[in-house]
Design a protein around this ligand. Structure first.
Ligand SMILES: Nc1ncnc2c1ncn2[C@@H]1O[C@H](COP(=O)(O)OP(=O)(O)OP(=O)(O)O)[C@@H](O)[C@H]1O
Ligand SMILES: [Mg+2]
Length: 258
């Protein structure tokens, strides 16, 4: 078990001016929890996810407020090693983004550069990671083939293998299935279910069925009167989907918007 909990205290992210893309969010994510974030476009879901591994850092003029702690690591402390942080908090994006290299090299790259494979051989780490990402059976005889020759669903599982290869504690996924067909989507959902036994997972999705199917708790994002992104409702997925407290949540999840 290498999962870690996350504690957020009054986290805000402002890109420019004084409107916060993410406004004053405090919450605790338990180790091994599967949290899903939903809500209309532009409410700060991706920004929130990126606050957890400092992916927003390089945007000129942007500033972050509040504190994020991941199993004791103070994410925004001046001395925090961002490379180490991103090793502990891996990320999978909306569109699969394998490197234009072989399947093997895609997975081996992280452990090789970061030296995380230690005792085991790279080949073992690659096999283990591809097995965890439910891709091994399909690629074991073609490991030297270009990763871009894989189907989109396979490429997304390869990107998950790439994250798993450096032994993270938390895995963030921003709409990981939105470029995939329903069968590839189900495959990734099943995979997410098995990953949650070992990792803390936070995903963003626009697919309400997916949110209800896979997660333990759900966070519902919305814009307040100042057009800042807020966490309007947060709770057990069953509660959010069966008896939401907030009228906006109910309207959104039952499809009355968009
Ligand atoms: N790099 C950036 N520079 C400036 N503003 C940004 C940047 N990224 C996001 N924003 C702004 O922050 C707000 C929240 O954007 P974000 O991408 O987090 O929304 P989202 O909830 O993920 O939306 P979607 O569902 O469409 O992906 C938006 O107003 C957006 O314009
Ligand atoms: Mg987004």
């Amino acid at each position: 078990m290498n999962e870690s909990g996350i504690v957020l205290d009054k986290v805000s992210k402002i890109f420019s001016g004084d409107v916060a893309a993410v406004n004053d969010i405090s919450l605790e994510i338990a180790p091994g929890e599967f949290l899903v974030l939903v809500g209309p476009s532009g409410c700060g879901k991706s920004t929130f996810l990126r606050c957890l591994n400092r992916m927003n850092d390089t945007i000129p003029g942007a500033r972050a407020q509040g504190e994020v702690h991941i199993d004791g690591m103070d994410v925004y402390a001046p001395g925090t090693d961002v490379v180490k942080l991103r090793m502990r908090v891996g990320m999978v994006f909306q569109r699969p983004n394998p490197f234009p290299q072989s399947v093997f090299d895609n997975v081996a790259f992280g452990p090789m550069v970061l030296g995380t494979h230690r005792g085991s051989s790279l080949a073992d780490v690659v096999e283990k990671s591809l097995r965890s990402a439910d891709l091994w059976g399909e690629v074991k005889d073609t490991l030297r083939q270009d990763a871009l020759a894989l189907s989109l669903g396979q490429q997304q599982r390869l990107c998950i293998a790439r994250v798993v290869a450096v032994a993270p504690e938390v895995i963030l996924m921003d709409e990981p299935c939105s470029a995939l067909d329903p069968i590839a989507t189900l495959r990734i959902e099943e995979l997410m279910r098995t990953l949650t036994e070992k990792y803390t997972i936070v995903i963003v999705t626009h697919n309400m069925q997916q949110a209800a199917r896979v997660s333990d708790r759900t966070g519902f994002f919305w814009l307040n009167e100042q057009r800042a992104g807020i966490l309007a409702e947060f709770g057990a997925t069953v509660q959010i989907f069966t008896s939401p407290r907030d009228r906006r949540t109910e309207d959104y999840i039952t499809g009355r918007y968009g």
